[in-house]
Design a protein around this ligand. Structure first.
Ligand code: PDD
Length: 285
């Protein structure tokens, strides 16, 4: 059975889920997006995703398509129509349709599209083995705090990883790791401190990052929000990534160098377990 998609107020079959060729999301990547986790048929940390969406829109002077209440209503109906139990809900807002012109059109109406993806997130085989990553130069633009659909550089990075036979790539700028192609990057130091780059325009402020750092601190971990080099990462006891689609995922190999004994480390495993428990309990993460 085909999935139901949401397009500007309508719930339609995939073949009818279309937008104009003149949509600025298509022509200029003039659009922003969010990916929310679905567990037990419920959205995880969705309020935080909608807050970040509002910020992305505001940074680009793009009008919200409708109120957060209306977005949530549509999200819940879409989950229901597609009977999604575990997976992801993708949401994208573009500036809308206008004849091609670089400057923002005055009268465009923002468009909102959504779809769902059923996916096994909890029982991921990768969580057992851990990920292998390579390092690549960060070719992205300078406003990575805005969650834009301009994703060609991360796509190139992910493809470079696939070509190298690994799972993902960590991007490096001025000698320092920024983040993974679609996730935040962390190392665990010899004295068990969790280190991840500070927030700023160089990285996306991950919703999962916020949740994980908050409960890691509560659990007594010292968190260093400082950038690290790829060499530091290779010397680390452990490494991991976070995102709505991977939760906490151990990284066991960087550029061919095994971390620790080459298996997922205890800190990554504990953080993953805690995140899943909290998400399943639908605690405000
Ligand atoms: N990616 N950094 C980048 C560049 C990302 O694209 C993402 C999310 C994150 C993690 O953010 P969060 O914890 O809010 O998911 C960090 C999503 C999952 C994607 O593009 O599919």
């Amino acid at each position: 059975m085909s999935r139901t998609f949401y397009v500007n107020g309508e719930f339609v079959a995939e073949e009818n889920a279309t937008i104009s060729v003149l949509d600025r999301g298509f022509l200029f990547a003039d659009a922003v997006y969010e990916v929310s986790t679905v567990l037990d048929g419920k959205l995880i940390d969705n309020k935080a995703h909608l807050k970040r969406l509002a910020r992305s829109l505001s940074e680009l002077s793009m009008a919200p398509p409708c109120s957060d209440e209306k977005i949530l209503e549509a999200q819940l109906k879409l989950l229901d129509l597609n009977s999604v139990s575990e997976g992801l809900l993708y949401l994208q807002v573009s500036r809308g349709v206008a004849d091609r012109d670089f400057a923002y059109p005055k009268d465009a109406r923002s468009s909102l599209v959504m779809f769902t993806q059923e996916k096994n997130l909890i029982n991921s085989p990768l969580a057992e083995t851990g990920m292998h990553v390579i390092s690549i130069p960060d070719l992205r633009w300078k406003r990575r705090d805005i969650k834009t659909v301009g994703l060609l550089a991360p796509s190139m990075g992910k493809q470079a990883a696939v070509d190298a036979g690994v799972h993902d790539a960590w991007m490096v700028e001025d000698g320092l790791v920024t983040e993974g192609t679609s996730n935040n990057a962390y190392i665990v130091t010899a004295d068990k401190k969790i280190q991840t780059r500070h927030l700023g325009t160089e990285i996306l402020s991950g919703i999962t990052r916020q949740a994980v750092l908050s409960f890691a601190r509560k659990a007594g971990y010292t968190v260093l929000e400082e950038p690290f080099t790829i060499e530091q990462a290779k010397q680390a006891q452990e490494a991991f990534i976070t995102s709505a689609s991977t939760f906490v995922m151990p990284v066991v190999n960087i550029d061919g160098v095994a971390l620790g004994d080459g298996n997922p480390g205890p800190v990554s495993k504990e953080l993953r377990k805690t995140y899943i428990e909290m998400a399943l309990a639908h605690q405000d993460l």
